[in-house]
Design a protein around this ligand. Sequence first.
Ligand SMILES: [Zn+2]
Length: 260
Amino acid sequence: MKLTVLEETDTFIKVLIEESSPDFVNAIRRTLLLDVPKLAIENVTIYDNTSALFDEIVAHRLGLLPLPTDLETLVFRQDCVCEGEGCPNCTVHYTISKEGECTVYSGDLNAEDPAWAVVDDRIPILRLLKDQRIILEAEALLGTGKQHAKWQTASGAGYGYYPQIEITGDCNGCRECVTMCPQDVLDVKKGKAVVKNLENCNLCKTCQEVCSRNAITVRGDPSRIIFQFETDGALTARRALTEAMKILQAHYRELEEALQ
Ligand SMILES: [Zn+2]
């Protein structure tokens, strides 16, 4: 298998996977969504809440906030030496204490250590009117997307076959395909259609359909796959992908051992 990074930011990655098959890339996708661990708020103790929102709604909203996840430091609570009691190895504490009139944002969540400060501090949680108060303590734990969507770091994960466009000598450079292509893939040079941005092609085959001379054939190559996803910032996209690969590798090893 060969992997080439086509586009990358902290929270987005697009890679080309070659010498592979769609089912294997799908296994990576599923691992990424279900098994890569992430930190999220699980337990909330509310001391005072005179806002218009119920405690449950506030707790639910807190659960969905992306928190920075350090997989080197944290372990799952069920595997921790504290045996489920909660300790610094498996639990991160946050507090909020605010009085209105104001909007309480994710940035108002005070982490016990600045290293655990929320990824995005402008996510609104609730609105407080004059003299309304919210005082709470929250515990964040590691979890996976299999347990609850709040522990799912990757989203919009999907893949498509790498496009192959063939243009035969029957092309007369009428530009119909260039005008109709929604992705700006084609151009006309020296009276003949040519491919300008192959990777933009989403295999919609509009060019193939509008060509009156049947000069264009569009195909997807199942051994070359473009795979992309984004993360909520809890992990970088690159780290999430590496973690998914590691987990998948461990699953295959387990299966191998079970077979023996
Ligand atoms: Zn612990």
